[in-house]
Design a protein around this ligand. Structure first.
Ligand code: FES
Length: 261
């Protein structure tokens, strides 16, 4: 187990049904106090002792004593189990996993870029940056409107650009906003796919000429089983070699994820 990580019981204190998705609030003050945006918590999703019963969840909200996760409406048996456990259940949690997003000292303008469902993992960061009086723009390419973050979930001062990708929307792409937004930003925080990050590197080169380390942090998309570095399920080509994302990430500098040479 890495420094700062803990295995604890967290109480399911609230279940909100939002369309086909459930949002679960888990209460555990010691873990909540260590949790930052971009750090998953692995939740045991069954009563048995079978290894790797855990599922990773990125917090979409963090308070002093609790955090909220989104439970997708998919066919995963672990998610199905979580959909049925009653409020008050104590869930075995392992986390926080690895390194999350870090707002550098002196930052004034934060550009958060999200792609699809992954954009939700940026929400605690958006709230944190706004609370620190930073100017925040959140630009999201949603695959469907159901995945889209409602504007009401954001602090009022946050500028929100939502580009849904469905048949009712025009041809505008998230990338169409980058010429305006990238020169404005002091830092970029992104959550999406690796191809999305490759397009981001190209756009930074066009609109800022230079991609310097420290300008952009990105959440690497991968699978976590153990969260402790033992199973190798999360190994990926990042930071100059084959790395365990649960130990070195999951948030990396953009220059560590996309070859920039
Ligand atoms: S999740 Fe097992 S090594 Fe990273």
């Amino acid at each position: 187990m890495t420094a700062g990580m803990m295995q604890v019981g967290a109480t399911l204190v609230e279940r909100r049904v939002v369309g086909a998705v459930q949002e679960l609030r888990l209460q555990q003050p010691r873990l909540a106090a260590r949790l930052t945006a971009g750090q998953p918590v692995l939740v045991r999703t069954g009563w048995g002792m079978v290894p790797y019963l855990r599922r990773p969840f990125y917090p979409i909200a963090i308070t002093a004593d609790s955090w909220v996760v989104r439970l997708p409406a998919d066919g995963d048996p672990g998610h199905a189990w979580l959909r049925t456990v009653p409020e008050g259940t104590e869930l075995d949690c392992l986390g926080p996993i690895g390194l999350g997003f870090r707002l550098p000292d002196g930052t004034r303008r934060v550009l958060c870029l999200g792609e699809g469902e992954a954009a939700w993992s940026l929400l605690p960061l958006v709230v944190e940056a706004d609370a620190l009086a930073m100017a925040v723009t959140l630009a999201v390419a949603a695959i469907t409107r159901r995945e889209a973050i409602p504007a009401a979930r954001l602090p009022p001062a946050v500028e929100y650009r939502l580009i849904p990708r469905d048949e009712s929307h025009g041809p505008e792409q998230l990338e169409d906003t980058w010429g305006e937004l990238l020169p404005w930003a002091d830092v970029v925080m992104a959550a999406g796919s690796v191809p999305f990050y490759r397009r981001l590197v190209e756009a930074i080169r066009v609109h800022r000429l230079l991609l310097r380390p420290g300008f952009a942090q990105v959440l690497y998309p991968t699978t976590f089983l153990c969260g402790t570095g033992a199973c190798l399920a999360c190994v990926a080509d990042v930071a100059g070699g084959r790395r365990r994302v649960c130990r070195r990430g999951p948030v990396f500098d953009l220059t560590e994820v996309v070859e920039t040479g």
